[in-house]
Design a protein around this ligand. Structure first.
Ligand code: CU
Length: 119
């Protein structure tokens, strides 16, 4: 019986790890008209994979709904861009991606994860 309970516990831990760190619902979007809304809620950016064109200015409008401190920052790896998001006030992040490639964007603890694809 004890072994069974331990197995159930292990399964639950594995599930939690999988859910928060490994499995992320991925949704892709191409920026149309240089503006894209990104909702920050429940541990995911929606959409989380964003296609933009190199050399064209783009505005990513972050709409934060998650009030946990985890969601308050967004950092773009390799682009030297970061922003502080507040709940209820959309944050417009405008920049011109120059370098082609794939750039991760995350919260400080990398629980929220997204990818910017510059093409
Ligand atoms: Cu976080």
């Amino acid at each position: 019986m004890e072994i069974l309970i331990n197995l159930v516990g292990l399964f639950i831990i594995a599930f939690i790890v999988w859910w928060f760190w490994i499995f992320k619902k991925q949704s892709e979007a191409h920026v149309e008209g240089n503006l894209l809304d990104i909702v920050v809620d429940s541990g995911v950016y929606e959409p989380s994979v964003i296609h933009v064109k190199a050399g064209e200015p783009v505005t990513l409008r972050f709409i934060r709904k998650d009030s946990s401190p985890c969601a308050e920052k967004v950092l773009f790896d390799g682009l030297d861009i970061s922003a502080d998001l507040s709940v209820g006030t959309p944050y417009d992040l405008t920049f011109t991606p120059e370098k082609k490639g794939e750039f991760e964007f995350t919260c400080q603890m990398a629980m929220y994860r997204g990818k910017l694809i510059v093409e």
